[in-house]
Structures are given as C-alpha cells and as structure tokens.
Design a binder for this molecule. Structure first.
Ligand code: PHE
Length: 495
C-alpha cells in the first residue's frame, strides 16, 4: 500500500508528469510560436532546446528530488542550513500560477457549455471582452465583481479539491491515468476531423513553410528555449517534488525522455489541429492565415468561436471537444502546481496531506476571486508576465547553481546511470547543467527583465512590484515560522 505521498507505480508518475507538462502552453502557445519563428525551420532550435536544456535539466531536478526524498525547502536546507528561504521561493511562485490558472480554467468551462449552442453569438471578440469578462482598463474595475466567472472558477476549485486532498495515488495518480490518455485520444479525434476540413492544407502549408534565414536570428533560439521552459514546466520544483514521491527503482533518465517526447508529440499534434482549422477559416472568409493567427486567450476564446460560427454542424462536435481538451489539459497542469507548496508545508509543519490541501485550496479559491472582477484579466496578464519572464527563469538559474554546483550534480550520475536502460550520463551532462544552461538562461532572463521594464505601463509596474513583494513576504513567513515536524531540524548538511 503506497504511502500518502507515494506513487502507486512508475506509470502514475510518468502520466502525472505528462499531465503537468501538457497544458495551455501546448495548445495555445506552441502553434503560434512554431508559426511565427520560421515554421519548419523552427524545429532545429526546438530540438536543440529539448536536447540541450529540457532533458538535461529535468534529469537534474528529478535526480535531486529522488535523492533527497523530501520537500524542496528541506532539500535546500540540507544543502545549506541558512538557505531555506530560497527553497520556499519556487513552491510559492508555482502556487501563484495555480491561482491565475484557475481563472483560465473557469473561462474555458463557460465556453465548454456555450459551445453546445454557440452561445457566444455573432461577435465572439466583443462577447469575450465585454459580455463575459466585462474588462476594464481601470483599477477601479477591481470592485466590479462578475458572479458567473466566480461560479465557474469555484467549480474548478471544487474539482481540484476533490482530487488533491486524497492520498497521492488515490487522487492525482488515478486521475492522471485516466485523464492523460483521454486527452491524447481526444486530441487525435480533433486533429482527425480538422485535417479533413476543406482548406486544411492551406493552413498547414503556412505553418510549416520554412524560413531558414531566421536560423541566424537570436530571437528564434530564445523563442525555442522559452517554449521548452514553459511547456515542460522546468525550474518549478514540480519535477523535484514528483520525483521525491517515487519508490526505489525508478529509471529517471528514461522517464525524462518519455515525458519530453510525449509533450512534444502533443504540442505538434495541437499545431496540426489549430492550423488546419485556421486554413479552413481562411478559405471560407478569404482572410489570409497570417491575419487570423494569434495565441493565448485570443486564439481559444475569440478565433476558435469565430471558426465554429462558420463551421456548420461539425462545430457542435469540434467545439465541445476542443474546449474539453483545453479544460483537461489545464486541469492536469493545475493539479501539479499545488504539490510543491503542499508537500513543503506538510514536511515542515507536520500537517496531513488532506488538511494542507484543504487549507491551501480554500485560500487559493478566495484569493483567485480577484480574477473574477473586471480588472482581473489585466492582473492576470501582469502576474503571468512576472512569473514566466522573471521568477521561473530565476528558478532555473538558482537550481543550476545550488544543485549542479554547490550540491554537485556529479554525485547523481552513478545512481541515475545504474538504473537507466537507455542513455547514460557523462561529463557532457555536467557541462550542460553547470555552464551552458545557466549562462543561456541568464541571458534570456536579462532580456525578459529589460522587456518588462521597457514595455510595461505604470499599472503593470505597480502590480509587478506588489506581486514580487507578496512572493517575498510569503517566502519569509514560511521560512521563519517554527517547524512542527520533529525531523525538520535534523539536517546534517549534505554536500
Ligand atoms: N507546462 C504547462 C503548459 O504547457 C504550464 C504549466 C506551468 C504547468 C506551470 C504547471 C505549472 O501549459
């Protein structure tokens, strides 16, 4: 019988990791990134990013998590007893992602229901921004509450609670085993239908049309690395936490390769679906694919409903399936965002999994109500930019310094290789995690900071500072609160 924080099998571990990786990034971000960064030519930086960063870094996070078998802050404390603070930073940042992800999940839930009747009407753009979100650019919009969104979000929190408060295998493990394969099957059905639509080939030709000249541009390399960081959920302490839940004999190297492959397979499939549909739309409306294509909420909640409006009967099949896919992809990702913080709290304060999850989920649900206001969409954009462009990249750099350098990743090679049935690590791996990766990410990080500072409005800057302050203050609180678990303090330093 598995412990309450232990996977029942290696399959649960892999599927839960795939569930975390496969999310909105694969559906609404990747197709656009591929298209706007050289189409077919993008595969070169993309594959380099997976081999040079995605796989080596995941192996590092897994290796350390597996070796320490404890929460993230406790592991950092063991490496250096004064550094516990750094260990809370990532779990708290990832929990902040959870809170805003719940809003997107809520919106998608509403669209899933609307899609049965094309309830968004003839003008999906106006419907999304004005009717549904009642978006306001002014901070006073924070006082304008939108009950429908609140209800949809709370429904999501209830589902999350239902799954997460159980023992790991009983909840997340079992759910991943059902939902993740289901997600792949539904995606295959969507792509199958989309490819048969007239005009699909127009969209695909646009998507893959390679622009080799872009390979010499730094931006497309940055785009590829950025996509892999986000899509594989790197540097978030999620992989660390999931690996610490594994039993004795996991083959982490092979698992990593399977997870990276599954994630890429899914996102490339999503790109086929998205661009076939855009090609269809282009043929129907005479608008060039280039003028239709977009990403993020614009793609899912505006372009797609517009396409469904002209799609006839197929829309009643594709529409619900599509919004269901987004929902399931989002759900399996959001479930992973609570694990690092929850496990850290259980570990330090000795609360049960069920109690910790219940408290965190209630807290998250209450705070998330900020996104059920007219100004919520703007806040979401600010928090998302801060977390993705600043906090998480910093997380990767920190992990490289602490795990690869100070802890010394070389120590992991022996046991990782001993269990690996596929690739064996060598010096090349150390060179990547100690030098190439942190240097590259540092460059991207500085670029991201400059971008945020140059391109933000004063409201955005104010919110960025507030979010950063909340992150730091919560981190300090978790660090200074006295531990309740008897073994929290027995950290003979491990170096
Ligand atoms: N990897 C997820 C995606 O592609 C995003 C995610 C971010 C998931 C943070 C968990 C935590 O959408």
């Amino acid at each position: 019988m598995a412990d309450k924080n232990e996977w029942g099998s290696n399959l649960s571990f892999i599927l839960a990791m795939i569930g975390s990786a496969v999310g909105l990034g694969n559906i609404w971000r990747y197709p656009y990134v591929l298209y706007s960064n050289g189409g077919g030519a993008f595969y070169i930086p993309y594959i380099v990013a997976i081999i040079l960063m995605g796989i080596p870094f995941l192996i590092l996070e897994y290796g350390v998590g597996y070796d320490f078998k404890s929460s993230f802050p406790k592991a950092i404390r063991k490496i250096h007893s004064n550094w516990e603070f750094l260990g809370w930073l990532l779990p708290v940042a990832v929990f902040m992602i959870m809170i805003y992800y719940s809003a997107i999940l809520g919106w998608d839930g509403i669209y899933m229901i609307l899609s049965f009747t094309k309830g968004w009407g003839a003008n999906p753009d106006a419907f999304f921004a004005t009717t549904l979100l009642q978006s306001s650019e002014s901070i006073s919009g924070l006082f304008h509450f939108i009950p429908l969104i609140a209800v949809a979000m709370l429904a999501g929190w209830v589902i999350i609670w239902f799954i997460s408060h159980r023992d790991l295998e009983e909840g997340l493990g079992k759910v991943s085993k059902v939902l993740v394969p289901a997600l792949f099957v539904i995606m295959v059905v969507i792509v199958g239908i989309s490819l048969t639509l007239p005009g699909a080939s127009i969209g695909l030709a646009e998507l893959f049309n390679p622009d080799w000249s872009l390979l010499g541009h730094f931006e497309i390399w940055m785009a590829a690395f950025g996509q892999i960081v986000f899509s594989l959920s790197l540097g978030m302490s999620i992989a660390f936490t999931y690996a610490s839940y594994t039993g004795e004999d996991a083959d982490l190297i092979t698992n990593t390769i399977s997870i990276a492959l599954a994630n890429s397979l899914f996102e490339n499939f999503a790109a086929l679906g998205v661009f076939s549909i855009l090609g269809y739309m282009s043929l129907q409306s005479g608008t060039a694919v280039a003028d239709l294509v977009t990403q993020g909420t614009g793609l899912v909640f505006v372009v797609y409903p517009t396409v469904f409006n002209v799609l006839g009967q197929w829309a009643y099949v594709l529409g619900p399936l599509f919004f269901l896919t987004v929902y399931l992809a989002g759900l399996t990702s959001i479930l992973s965002t609570i694990e690092p913080l929850s496990f850290s709290i259980q570990n330090k304060f000795g609360h049960s999994r069920s109690k910790t999850m219940t408290i965190l989920i209630i807290f998250g649900a209450v705070v998330s109500m900020i996104y059920a206001t007219s100004y919520g969409g703007s806040v979401l954009g600010y928090v998302d930019t801060f977390i993705n462009q600043i906090a998480l990249l910093l997380g990767i750099i920190l992990e490289c310094i602490i795990f690869a350098w100070i802890f010394n990743a070389e120590k992991l090679i022996g046991f990782l290789n001993a269990r690996s049935k596929t690739i064996k690590l060598g010096k090349w791996w150390l060179v990547i995690v100690k030098f190439i990766l942190p240097i590259f990410i540092a460059v991207v990080w500085i670029g991201g900071m400059i971008d945020v500072i140059n391109n933000s409005t004063s409201d955005q800057l104010i919110f960025t500072v507030i979010v950063a302050a909340i992150l730091l203050i919560s981190t300090v609180i978790f660090t200074v609160l006295p531990a309740k678990s008897p073994d929290w303090d027995d950290v003979e330093e491990r170096l």
